[in-house]
Write a protein that binds this ligand. Sequence first.
Ligand SMILES: [Zn+2]
Length: 98
Amino acid sequence: MEQVKNGNEGYNCPICGKWFADVDSFAKHFEFCNARRVKENREAEEKKKQEQKEARLDEVHAAYEKANALRDAYIKDYGYYYSQSGTSLAEFLDRFLR
Ligand SMILES: [Zn+2]
């Protein structure tokens, strides 16, 4: 870590590059600078995760909107709609009570 700059010995912060002539000043700065680096990295990671979460929610909303539009068009053309998971009363009557 000790380096020579313009003929003077000193210490360069490996994070921000700031120069210190004595080791105590460098050590004090490095503790602060490294803590700031860790905090900034953690905040950037949290921001990225939040953005990914919001993008996924936008995908869900877009899929619902598309599904709703398709269902509405289906109802317009055929007069009724039933979901894949549940049998509508009309379908039940068609199948079993004719
Ligand atoms: Zn620094």
